[in-house]
Write a protein that binds this ligand. Structure first.
Ligand SMILES: *[C@@H]1O[C@H](CO)[C@@H](O)[C@H](O)[C@H]1NC(C)=O
Ligand SMILES: *[C@@H]1O[C@H](CO)[C@@H](O)[C@H](O)[C@H]1NC(C)=O
Ligand SMILES: *[C@@H]1O[C@H](CO)[C@@H](O)[C@H](O)[C@H]1NC(C)=O
Ligand SMILES: *[C@@H]1O[C@H](CO)[C@@H](O)[C@H](O)[C@H]1NC(C)=O
Length: 318
């Protein structure tokens, strides 16, 4: 027991040294385990092991989290303890604590989001998802917000598209969000689920900090317009323990090309991105120029802001 408690203190001391008061950032497929959550997990675990830890006894840096300790002690101590006892989960926490030292002053905090995403995809396991999910479902933490002006109300989105044309399998060929769209590869599919809903599946590879790649799969059901025509689809899903709400806005849909913009939220982090979907592994030049024109209408410079997904990577089958 002593050893376990001691190791908490070593970790906490390490995190305290690394802690600088930067805003925590973070939110398509957002890895919302932040540095402040890492600290919070440790507080919860310490509190559990030592029975009572007056907050005055905690290292001062630890009190800077936006965590509701009552909430954590009531609902999440077991999950926090399981995480701290687990090697990979602990490694994830110390990896996340290094993101604290980043000085990312940009409004969308892409660097900070990338740092947390890299730690999570490299070390994520059930223990990390469980503690993250526990905090999220009980509203035990409030992340420092990353506000974003969504472009949802832009007049360019006013023309309904025939979303029935989206049925079937697609390749993501170009993406906007450097953290959540620019994967080595991503495949998507859309299929009818029942009279009022469709199912969206995404399979993608993310690079890990250890030089490998990790395969992920995400599924979400979304309401389907009765006549197949829509300007947007909205859906909620849970990813790595955290619930998300997302809205996809269509700039163009035909049977061989989809151009969409999305804006979403997980906890208090907002994020936006965009995708070009083709039936083939890479988009022909006329698709790329159509997409570039469509994004220009909503103030996004395609050449500057989009990445091409690597067309020659092995990719999971759908
Ligand atoms: C903290 O969490 C407890 C338990 O969930 C809740 O009753 C209380 O209202 C929360 N406090 C704040 C400030 O949100
Ligand atoms: C939408 O596309 C589907 C499939 O291509 C087609 O069957 C349907 O008639 C189209 N709907 C409209 C309103 O154009
Ligand atoms: C269709 O599926 C969705 C998602 O699973 C579900 O919420 C909804 O109740 C279903 N609707 C019908 C009519 O079965
Ligand atoms: C998603 O969640 C929000 C907030 O809980 C809710 O208002 C909205 O209706 C949900 N949307 C769908 C498509 O389930």
């Amino acid at each position: 027991m002593a050893n376990l408690v001691q190791s908490f203190f070593i970790l906490v001391a390490f995190i305290s040294v690394c802690w600088t008061p930067v805003a925590d950032a973070g939110g398509a497929k957002v890895n919302n385990v932040t540095p402040s959550m890492a600290r919070t997990i440790l507080i919860a675990a310490m509190s559990h092991e030592m029975d009572t830890v007056a907050s005055a006894d905690l290292p001062s840096s630890l009190t800077k989290t936006e965590a509701n300790t009552t909430c954590i002690m009531t609902y999440c101590t077991d999950a926090a303890l399981d995480c701290v006892k687990d090697q990979a989960c602990r490694t994830a926490l110390s990896c996340l604590s290094t993101c604290d030292s980043l000085e990312d002053d940009s409004p969308d905090k892409i660097e900070l989001q990338k740092c947390t995403a890299d730690c999570v995809v490299t070390y994520e396991n059930e223990a990390l998802d469980a503690v993250n999910g526990c905090f999220d479902s009980h509203d035990c933490i409030a992340l420092t917000p990353i506000p974003l002006a969504c472009r949802d109300t832009h007049p360019a989105f006013s023309i309904p598209q025939n979303v029935t044309d989206m049925e079937g399998a697609w390749w993501a060929t170009w993406g906007k969000n450097a953290v959540y769209d620019c994967y080595p590869c991503q495949r998507l599919s859309f299929s009818p689920l029942n009279a009022s809903s469709w199912l969206y599946t995404s399979k993608y590879l993310t690079p890990t900090l250890e030089g490998g790649v990790r395969a992920y799969e995400l599924q979400a059901a979304f309401p389907w317009p009765a006549d197949g025509m829509a300007t947007a689809i909205a859906f909620n899903y849970t990813y790595q323990g955290m619930s998300h709400g997302e809205e996809w806005r269509f700039l163009h849909v035909d049977p061989s090309l989809v151009v969409l913009y999305y804006c979403g939220q997980g906890n208090t982090w907002q994020y936006e991105g965009g995708l070009v979907l083709s039936r083939e592994r890479s988009s022909p030049p006329d698709h790329v120029s159509l997409a570039a024109e469509a994004f220009a209408k909503i103030g996004i410079d395609f050449e500057e802001e989009f990445c091409e997904l690597q067309p020659n990577r092995p990719c999971p089958a759908l």
